[in-house]
Design a protein around this ligand. Sequence first.
Ligand SMILES: Cc1cc2nc3c(=O)[nH]c(=O)nc-3n(C[C@H](O)[C@H](O)[C@H](O)COP(=O)(O)O)c2cc1C
Length: 310
Amino acid sequence: MSGLATTLCGVPLRNPLVAAAGTAGYGPELAEVVPASTFGAIVTKSITPESRTGNPPWRVVDLPAGMFNAIGLANVGLDRFMTDVVPELAALDTVVIGSIAGHTLEDFATVAAGFADPSAESIRLVEVNVSCPNTATGRLFGDDPVLLADVVAAVVERLAGTPVLVKLSPGSAGVPDLAEIAVRSGAAGVTLANTMPAMAIDPETRRSRIGRASGGLSGPAVHPIAVRLVHETRRRFEEASLTAAIVGLGGVLSWKDAAEFVLVGADAVGIGTGLFVDPRLPRRIVRGLDSWVRRQRVAGIRDLQGAVES
Ligand SMILES: Cc1cc2nc3c(=O)[nH]c(=O)nc-3n(C[C@H](O)[C@H](O)[C@H](O)COP(=O)(O)O)c2cc1C
């Protein structure tokens, strides 16, 4: 399916489908269910310097509108990630994107320095999660333009050449502004977007349906919101003459959802909730995109990037 071959921040991908952060375990777990070679890339769970147990249950709830989660960045921490997980990443037949999260600028810089270690050379790209709605400070660096610029510059410096994507929240004001700041601070692109901050309450108990007052909504309900964010941000990059990548992410359950992201200018397309819905979806989406490219009579999917008629 060479018509789907593309690049993300200069890194060749066999197709534009990316398994989203936190929905593919650390990477190897997903590969037990779906061959890694199905994907153009897999993003690891977000890693913090120290291990985190995450939020109390329930951490994932099904809502009519989609999936509602408050995992709270549960992960083994940088040291165990480096010793236990990183050696397994090289065996994955796909591009691995490492994901960084933290509470302070030093946290982000520490994990970035770890990912820059030669032992982690299988991490070809890095995504910076400044948009987690499920911890007290998860969105601090994604909402404040000054903090965002500082954290991106610090991570880019530590990574010394590994391209950086900055993952923003659909709940932030002025996403194209924030995306422009991220790129001007050294990011190679942005991922749009994380889960939508949301609430769901059980009227009988009068309590949140999740182990936190609020959580993050993903799945079909957020898809049109993310499509618009990609469209606006691509336009902004063009107006500002910035060459930067966009990963469209949110509610992809079919090839048509993925194609929408490509048409509004995404270089690659993430899938998270869809992996839980049906593990056969990734293969179906890739096949569907391949036939779409043929029907559109273009040489490859890159010819359809940003090709929306408006
Ligand atoms: C269970 C679960 C865990 C997630 N964990 C992370 C994470 O560790 N880091 C991150 O950047 N995003 C995380 N996300 C957000 C997803 O990567 C994605 O941005 C979001 O779910 C929207 O895409 P979707 O509608 O395809 O699921 C998580 C989402 C879910 C549902």
